[in-house]
Design a protein around this ligand. Structure first.
Ligand code: NAD
Length: 361
């Protein structure tokens, strides 16, 4: 039987990423969509062939309609937790876009409610659901690079420098929580968690280069209140260290995402700029002496360009988890690191995750 999904928030990520990912998933259909904007609803109507009685301008009406048995939340960050709690209270499994919320206290409340209701909450950490990063995960888990010492992670883009870009919700703290830190950083922080490299403490440096933008509904200029760069130096539970560099004001060809993991036996590198596959340099003395080698992603990880995120959500709702599943526990971990980084940068000091966890109580 097909699972019936209702999408809340039909903007960029839902209309592009999620639509594509659901189209590749089995036994699932989009049966209803909610958005506060009429043009978004009209797009959804066309994209999924929905009748007007399946389009909603209020998430509560969509959830109360009884049409859906799962809910996919793709609204701006500020709305995620309230919408997720409503869906959980109605007995529905939920998928939430990253970051789960605007602070770890509200995310912890969603986690507690999900536990009480016995319902799964999936988090859209998309980098877990691409063929090459799944391959990378398996190589790391196999112990190929041995004990890990350094993780160098970079996610930089130039989107903050696009001429005429206005004061969208992303640039306002009350809607986003933070800027590039939670937007790009939540993925990168989750990547470390996924590699079994939990952050236990960190120093951070964040700031805003583009300080003013014109409002969406008028030409008036207003303050940007979210970071457009963030750098984190972190200690990991394993004893390794991590550097995470994030920016949307770095002039690049598009978006650069790079994960390099150095261990006692060599290194492994993923970089989206050099095509599919991984760069590896590990093994015996002789293997290392040969230098780096590019290895293509094996076919068993799926077709290049696929995003297996929606399938992972459907599987979780059906009670099936694997090495790639991301749940509310992972979402909370990432959110605590985000909170720690904000505190570290504001107070110019080292902050432990334990300190943030103690603040949840
Ligand atoms: N996983 C990823 O790789 C990825 C990529 C991009 C965005 N995101 C996340 O997805 C979420 C949405 O980002 P986006 O880029 O699609 O933003 P967007 O602004 O393009 O879309 C948001 C949509 O939500 C609608 N909306 C706003 N408030 C609403 C409400 N209260 N109820 C219903 N609809 C409402 C808006 O009208 C808009 O259509 C964010 O949390 C963002 O961080 C994740």
């Amino acid at each position: 039987m097909k699972r019936k999904v209702g999408i809340i928030g039909y903007g960029w990520v839902a209309g592009e990423n999620h639509r594509w990912s659901y189209s590749q998933a089995k036994d699932v259909e989009i049966v209803a969509v909610c958005d506060v904007k009429q043009d978004a609803l009209q797009r959804a109507k066309k994209d999924f062939g929905l009748s007007d009685d399946r389009l909603f301008d209020d998430y509560r009406k969509l959830i109360d309609s009884g049409l859906c048995d799962m809910v996919d939340i793709c609204t701006p960050n500020r709305f995620h937790c309230e919408q997720a709690k409503y869906a959980l209270n109605a007995g529905l499994p939920v998928s939430i876009e990253k970051p789960v919320g605007v602070n770890s206290r509200e995310v912890n409340k969603v986690r507690a409610l999900a536990e009480k209701k016995g319902l799964p909450v999936f988090i859209c950490f998309t980098w877990r659901h691409l063929p090459t990063t799944r391959y990378l995960k398996d190589v790391i888990d196999s112990g190929a690079v041995g004990k890990v010492y350094h993780c160098y992670i970079k996610c930089i883009k130039e989107s903050g420098l696009w001429a005429g870009r206005r004061l969208e919700w992303r640039f306002q703290k009350e809607y986003a929580g933070s800027g590039v830190l939670c937007d790009l950083g939540s993925h990168m922080i989750d990547f470390l968690n996924w590699m079994n490299e939990d952050i236990v403490g960190l120093s951070a440096n964040m700031g805003i280069f583009v300080k003013k933008r014109q409002k969406l509904d008028s030409d008036e200029w207003a303050d940007v209140t979210t970071d457009d760069y963030a750098n984190i130096i972190a200690d990991l539970k394993s004893g390794a260290t991590a550097n995470i560099d994030l920016s949307r004001c770095a002039k690049t060809e598009g978006q650069l995402v790079e994960f390099i993991i150095y261990g006692e036996k060599g290194y492994i590198r993923y970089c989206n700029y050099v095509g599919e596959g991984l760069e590896i340099c590990y093994g015996s003395k002789e293997d290392i002496a040969k230098g780096k080698v590019r290895v293509p992603t094996p076919e068993k990880y799926g077709k290049v360009g696929s995003i297996y995120q929606s399938q992972s959500f459907v599987d979780l709702a059906n009670g099936k988890k694997d090495n790639f599943t991301s749940t509310i526990d992972d979402g909370l971990k990432a959110q605590m690191v985000i909170d720690a980084a904000i505190k570290a940068s504001e107070e110019k000091r080292y902050v432990t995750i334990e300190e943030i966890r103690n603040g949840l109580k």
